[in-house]
Design a protein around this ligand. Structure first.
Ligand code: GLN
Length: 540
């Protein structure tokens, strides 16, 4: 039977529950346990797919095509193991299911209520991944902060499960903040005491406190927290601010978070965690021999979380190249023909980001024209590929006002258009081309050399596709479709001949980059940017 760990958050949001959960999971996995992590989000959207990135950051897409919270990206990057729709559940999804059951008459005339119907459905989903013997330990992260109105049913479900599963098979970790008051020169435990009190009011005694802090917790503070929150002193875990999220597993190891968890769950902690590869990655990450500057041109650049997976993929790829990647975020809207040379000055590579809608399109096209003509390494992802196609259509093929049907429904040259099956779509949620699809790579292409394979699978999240009616013209002029989805004959990758590195993908490679497996396209894009840097410094 699987064991269950619940992670709640107190005092404030953004304490990094996802990173703590992923770090604990990493340590348990490194000791040989089969672990997965799931996230329960208290908002009413069925999934984050319809949310603007400014709300909760990037929408992360799983192999099975679920649009999920960005924390699932951390889980995969840390564990190198895929998640699925079952790993992310929202209040909306719970209610949708219960209401559908009600309409189907499944409740046999009973009044349908938050307790027990909603809480039962939450509990059922919390236990689901543990049922088929695939995992030894399931970590459940509860979104939101304890005390919020909307997280109450989840907290109640955890209370019931703690009681039903018992002490040996479940535990609660409460992540909290221990602020430092500069004027008093001290760390303060009161917010933590209050948030544990709130949890106690709901009938939950946390087993372990993980305390986010800017300064080390001394014994006195640890004793105080233990005494006032009814936890053992060795269950007061310090989580000090770290230079990188990838340091956190080792910090948690030092604090023995994994050991305490295993002891409480009556699991053996005899096998020491094997973190050799992780440490090797960290070694490279911390000791770059060189650096490179890459521009990220996008629409949501003010909010780093909007491009979380891309930023992390650069960190992985940088470490592989023993090179620090400095990502220079450029708002596409601020770019134009006149300032593009100035804004991209000194940049060694340009990535045009995924996105939706017309805002910033012109700036993206100007950036692409500039890097195409000046032979600066270019990587386009999803909308970034579509922009590369539009730019080439307009400026090389002379297709006047070539565009995507998304931006201009009346364009004379719809080089990017909707597939027939997308034309029928009315609902916005969950209806894009989502999740993993296969792709054949052309022999002799750059991508086949990079992947070292002839067939790959990558994840998608888009509605629009390259319009095959224009393919011959593109290929004749040197832009080659080097990756094709064999089932539907859809263009997945475009690459430009005679350019040191000009690659664009309809899929999202960033979603599959992990610490253990940095994505080959990012690795080679960073290498190409490095090569460009070297070549330009010798020229200068
Ligand atoms: N808006 C484009 C489409 O729907 C691209 C989507 C994306 O970049 N994720 O096809």
């Amino acid at each position: 039977m699987a064991k269950y760990i619940f992670v709640t958050g107190g005092v404030t949001s953004s304490l990094g529950k996802g990173i703590i959960s992923a770090s604990l999971a990493k340590l348990l996995q490194a000791r040989g346990y089969r672990v997965t992590i799931q996230k329960f989000d208290p908002y009413i959207n069925i999934d984050p797919g319809t949310l603007n990135p400014y709300e909760h950051g990037e929408c992360y897409v799983t192999e099975d095509g679920a649009e999920t919270d960005l924390d699932l990206g951390h889980y995969e990057r840390f564990l190198n193991y895929p998640t699925s729709q079952a790993n992310n559940v929202t209040t909306g999804r719970i209610y949708q299911h219960v209401i559908a059951n009600e309409r189907a008459g499944e409740y046999l005339g009973k009044t349908v209520q938050v307790v027990p119907h909603i809480t039962d459905e939450i509990k059922r989903r919390m236990l689901l991944l543990g049922e088929d013997g695939r995992y030894d330990i399931i970590i459940t992260e509860l979104g939101g902060t304890v005390g919020d109105i909307e997280s109450l049913p989840f907290i109640e479900a955890v209370r019931q499960l703690r009681w039903e599963l018992g002490n040996n098979d479940s535990l609660v970790i409460h992540l909290t903040l221990v602020p430092f008051l500069a004027a008093a020169g001290e760390l303060k435990t009161k917010p933590t005491q209050h948030s544990v009190k709130t949890l106690l009011e709901y009938g939950i005694q946390p087993d372990i406190l993980v305390c986010r802090t800017e300064h080390h917790l001394n014994t006195e503070i640890r004793k105080k927290l233990a005494l006032f929150c009814n936890v053992n002193i060795n269950a007061v875990i310090e989580s000090i601010d770290a230079p990188s999220i990838y340091d956190v597993p080792l910090l948690m190891l030092k604090e023995q978070l994994d050991k305490i968890v295993l002891t409480k769950l009556k699991l053996s902690s005899k096998t020491a965690p094997d973190l050799e590869n992780w440490k090797a990655f960290l070694g490279k990450l911390k000791n770059p021999t060189t650096d490179v500057e890459i521009a990220l041109v996008g629409k949501y650049v003010e909010l780093p979380d909007a491009y979380k997976s891309i930023n992390e993929a650069f960190i992985h790829a940088g470490a592989m190249n023993e090179c620090k990647v400095r990502v220079k975020c450029i708002a596409a809207e601020s770019l134009n023909e006149d300032n593009v040379a100035e804004l991209l000055k000194g940049v060694h590579g340009v990535l045009v980001a995924p996105g939706f809608g017309e805002r910033g399109l012109g700036g993206k096209l100007d950036a692409i024209r500039y890097v195409r003509e000046n032979k600066i390494p270019f990587f386009g992802i999803c909308l970034g590929m579509q922009c590369a196609v539009i730019e080439f259509g307009r400026n090389v093929l002379g297709l006047k006002n070539a565009n995507s049907h998304e931006m201009d429904s009346k364009t004379k040259h719809p080089v990017i258009t909707l597939m027939d099956e997308q034309k029928k779509v009315k609902n916005m949620g969950g209806t894009m081309r989502l999740g993993a699809y296969g792709c054949d790579l052309k022999k002799g292409s750059k991508v086949s050399a990079i992947y070292g394979k002839s067939h790959i699978s990558e994840r998608h999240r888009h509605r629009y596709e390259f319009n095959n009616a224009y393919l011959e013209q593109y290929e004749a002029a040197g832009m080659m479709a080097s990756g094709i989805n064999p089932d539907r004959n859809l263009v997945e990758i475009m690459e430009l001949k005679g350019h040191p590195f000009f690659l664009a993908t309809q899929f999202h490679p960033e979603l599959k980059s992990t610490v253990a497996n940095p994505h080959p396209l990012f690795v080679s894009f960073v290498a190409a940017s490095l090569a460009h840097r070297k070549a330009s410094s010798t020229r200068a």
